[in-house]
Design a protein around this ligand. Structure first.
Ligand SMILES: [Zn+2]
Length: 114
């Protein structure tokens, strides 16, 4: 499915050295993450409300937070593709790593892993 979508929206995805192809692949993957997690949110929220299950409603909001992670990835790909400027003569490619760090950092209220 992902391969089909990438071939459709980023036909040059095999040229990994191309920044444009890299941007398109990242954008397709992030947009897919947003769309599918938003769909999961709606389905789980409806199921939770219909069944009265707090656990399913909570899981719906977990899917919504996953969609926001994909949004951060999408913004990171967009910003990292910006051309070099006088303040950043080597470009903005490192913003991909910053976006990854933002996605990977748990909220401060999360318990530490066991
Ligand atoms: Zn800059």
């Amino acid at each position: 499915m992902l391969t089909f979508l990438l071939r459709r929206f980023a036909p040059d995805m095999d040229s990994a050295d191309s920044p444009a192809a890299r941007l398109r692949c990242g954008m397709v993957a992030a947009a897919l993450g947003i769309a599918l997690n938003a769909l999961l949110f709606v389905i789980k929220l409806a199921a939770g409300l219909l069944s009265g299950s707090i656990a399913i409603i909570a899981d719906a909001f977990n899917s919504l937070s996953d969609a926001s992670s994909s949004l951060v990835a999408l913004i990171g790909f967009r910003l990292s593709a910006k051309k070099p400027d006088p303040h950043h003569p080597f470009g903005h490619g490192r913003l991909e790593y910053v976006a990854g760090l933002v996605v990977a950092t748990p909220p401060s209220s999360s318990p530490p892993p066991a």
